[in-house]
Ligand binder design. Sequence first.
Ligand code: DSN
Length: 415
Amino acid sequence: MEHPQVRETDPAVADALAGEVRRQQDTLAMIASENHVSEAVLEAQGSALTNKYAEGYPGERYYAGCEHADEVEQLAVERAKELWGADHVNVQPHSGTQANMAVYLAVLDPGDRILSLELEHGGHLSHGHPANFTGQLFDVEQYRVDPETGYIDYEALAARAESFDPDIVVSGFSAYPREVEWDRIQAAADAVDAYHLSDIAHITGLVAAGVHDSPVGVADFVTGSTHKTIRAGRGGIVMCDEEYADDVDAAVFPGGQGGPLMHNVAGKAVGFEEALRPEFEAYARQVVDNAEALAASFADNGFEVVSGGTDTHLVLVDLRESHPDVSGGDAEDALADAGIVLNANTVPGETRSPFDPSGIRAGTPALTTRGFDEAAHREVGDLIHRVVDNVDDDSVIAEVRERVDELTDEHPLYD
Ligand code: DSN
């Protein structure tokens, strides 16, 4: 993949872009929130729509010349409605966090109460972390997973809702490997007359493909990002019933954003079209099959897999039992040297620092896009274990790197 115009104008940036394409080709992308979009999505994101200001919504813009922006946004909205079955969709949020911000702006006032999953247990910064605007503007309490099983403790969640009386309960997670029982969280929210926001950023693709139960039609608001398992252009999305449509739209623009990134909305539209094709369901199923194979390989090698396995696209490993002297950061660094790119992650009951936690999180969406099957994921699981067992042994890391080179050559990414 060349960038000839960039090269002519700006060789330094062209070198970095070429380096990034090579990096993606030559490494195994296992950060659970990443994927490889199609060249069609890349092209749409690099289109002339980046030049266009289009504040407002289709047919009601604040600037002239929005006819093509309107077409693209309407296509993205219609396709999203078909994918997720939502009454109302807003495709303008610049990111998943801004999608969440729109919901909070739509229905909360500063000082209102949010009940959400703790970050260490798989939650997200934008669900109320003190370093995020949500933790600064709102009164936040958090629920946890059961320390024994690694599954959400729904009864404790309901009890916490009773005692805290939140204005909104947030479900949907960034490092939770199990299917979520949306209706149980809805019941806990209903019992205290709270809204329910379900942030499905990580599993948008699994939900769209019908591989996971959908919170659409259960929760009041469903948000997500559009570049993870759904593999569309980068950004966020909000879905809700018609009754909240005006409030959500006003909270996205002008409440939280100015002009939408219309080139990214185009990337969303193209990726959604691809996700509506029958082969996307097979892709999403393979993502989960591959994660199960990865989890099985980890368990066979003696890693402690949080919750004992996975129903999703990700596997969370707690290194404390099997490798007490290896932090998540040590593992992440050694794996990166071997060409396997994943992230250190906090685990339930974390005892290290969030900056160098006790676990690693590995996801399968990107490798599945490259055609890696279950057998390949089992082998990758073995390679990961071998590196974590030998984080200080350069010769082992070099041997794994050689095998990674063969695997990446066998699964070319972009032309
Ligand atoms: N950065 C994403 C993740 O890795 O889960 C969430 O925003």
